[in-house]
Design a protein around this ligand. Structure first.
Ligand SMILES: [Zn+2]
Ligand SMILES: [Zn+2]
Length: 60
């Protein structure tokens, strides 16, 4: 397993790179559907991300 860096959101080992800003992000903060990080997703699909975060918080 080769680590390329840390997630810019949570600091976990990153697995992907955002296609928009090029930031390293972990699996949790990378949206493979759009190839974007959660930060770049926010302005575009704010509602959806909010939902995801809500679910995560409830899960915890
Ligand atoms: Zn992360
Ligand atoms: Zn990004």
């Amino acid at each position: 397993m080769e680590l390329v860096g840390q997630c810019m959101v949570c600091g976990k080992p990153a697995v992907s790179t955002c296609a928009i800003c090029g930031s390293l992000v972990c699996d949790e903060h990378f949206f493979s559907r759009t190839r974007m990080c959660s930060r770049c997703m926010s302005p575009m699909e704010k509602g959806e991300e909010k939902d995801r975060l809500k679910q995560k918080n409830l899960d915890r």
